[in-house]
Design a protein around this ligand. Sequence first.
Ligand SMILES: [Zn+2]
Length: 80
Amino acid sequence: MINLTLEQFSLYAVILSCAVIFLGGTIRRLRHRQLRRSRRRKFIRCRICGLAYTDYSAARDPECPHCGRLNDRGRTRRLG
Ligand SMILES: [Zn+2]
């Protein structure tokens, strides 16, 4: 049997609950970030005609349904 004083037990209970709250918050933030990233990858705005569309395919450069240009997914730093 483990011998604990009331102060030690209270301290461990507080530390354990803080750890559970911290881990729960961290997991929730990671899931939210992952969801935002996947949504951002599906939403595409054509760099030529400006049409906003969603693409659910796995293609790296989805084709614009309006003008046919291949667009990058997500944020891009290309100038042309
Ligand atoms: Zn277009």
